[in-house]
Design a protein around this ligand. Structure first.
Ligand code: ATP
Length: 271
């Protein structure tokens, strides 16, 4: 998928919110978009998702199965959580039974099955966000666009979302994310871009980073809450974890002190 010379302004005389944006989004890419409030991140995500059209330029190669979690969940529809998800599943191309099964499964995965029969308008903000996020995974999207999707979720649901994102990336989907928390999506090794003055640039490196190659006990993933909020990815039989260099000592201590301990294979600090 590719954006070429993409610009967006609201109204024929509006200012250009985005100008000449070029971006390649290959299969398996995980992109994180950063920038100041109002710089155009949500605008860019709507264009990527196909929920909005560019005023200039073109977007080609968007895959067929697209899922989008907007920053604001559609308000009170006269549906229950399960009814809404089942309907969305049908819209995403699933059959009636498949949609109902996927809706059940994703509500359960986000620990929201008790709300299946609750009308959307009666859901708490957090439960509503679980539904908003669950709908995105119903049909195995090939392009997943998440605008502040972690906001409002409890810790457990945030971890489920991190895992679900990592699964989609591993399955070759393209995932594009905006989130105010710099470490999201946790551990997934996103490529970071920044919107500045309407243009999309590579985010400047925040400083020196240390890459730690580590092997845990069989089947283990890096534990939660590691110092420095490392990004991580699978690497051979272990994991490659990246943290700001100033957190590397703490990270090593945490990995070596874990029960059972992790084995450190290599350490590399780069500019
Ligand atoms: N539908 C619209 N009509 C007119 N102007 C809009 C519309 N949507 C967004 N804008 C304007 O476009 C600019 C970029 O908005 P956008 O929501 O994309 O920014 P953002 O980077 O996502 O902001 P935030 O970090 O606050 O969520 C803002 O000046 C906003 O007012």
């Amino acid at each position: 998928m590719r954006l070429q010379g993409v610009g967006r302004r609201y109204g024929p005389r509006g200012r250009w919110v985005l100008r000449d944006v070029g971006l390649d989004v290959p299969p398996g890419a995980l992109l994180r978009i950063e920038g100041a409030n109002g710089c155009g991140k949500s605008t860019l995500l709507r264009l990527v998702a196909g929920a909005d059209a560019p005023s200039r330029g073109r977007i080609t190669g968007r895959p067929r199965r697209v899922a989008y979690v907007p920053d604001r969940f559609p308000p009170a529809l006269p549906l229950t959580a399960l009814g809404y998800l089942t309907r969305l599943g049908r819209i995403h191309g699933l059959g009636r039974r498949g949609a109902a099964a996927a809706a059940d499964a994703w509500l359960a995965r986000f620990a929201a099955e008790e709300h299946a029969g609750t009308p959307l308008r009666e859901l708490s903000k957090g439960s509503c966000q679980k539904v908003a996020v669950a709908q995105a995974f119903l049909a195995g999207p090939e392009l997943l666009v998440l605008d502040e999707a972690w906001t409002g979720l409890d810790g457990q649901a945030r971890r489920v979302l991190d895992e679900a994102v990592a699964e989609r990336v591993a399955a070759g989907a393209r995932v594009v994310v905006v989130d105010h928390a710099p470490a999201r999506p946790a551990g997934a090794g996103a490529r970071v871009y920044r919107v500045e003055d309407g243009r999309l640039c590579d985010a400047p490196a925040a400083g020196r980073e240390t890459l730690v190659r580590a092997v845990g006990p069989p089947g283990a993933v890096p534990p939660d809450g590691l110092p420095g909020a490392p990004r991580w990815r699978r690497d051979g039989g272990g994991y490659a974890l990246t943290v700001p260099a100033e957190h590397s000592d703490e990270l090593l201590r945490a990995l070596l002190g874990a029960q059972p301990p992790w084995h450190i294979e290599a350490l590399e600090t780069r500019p």
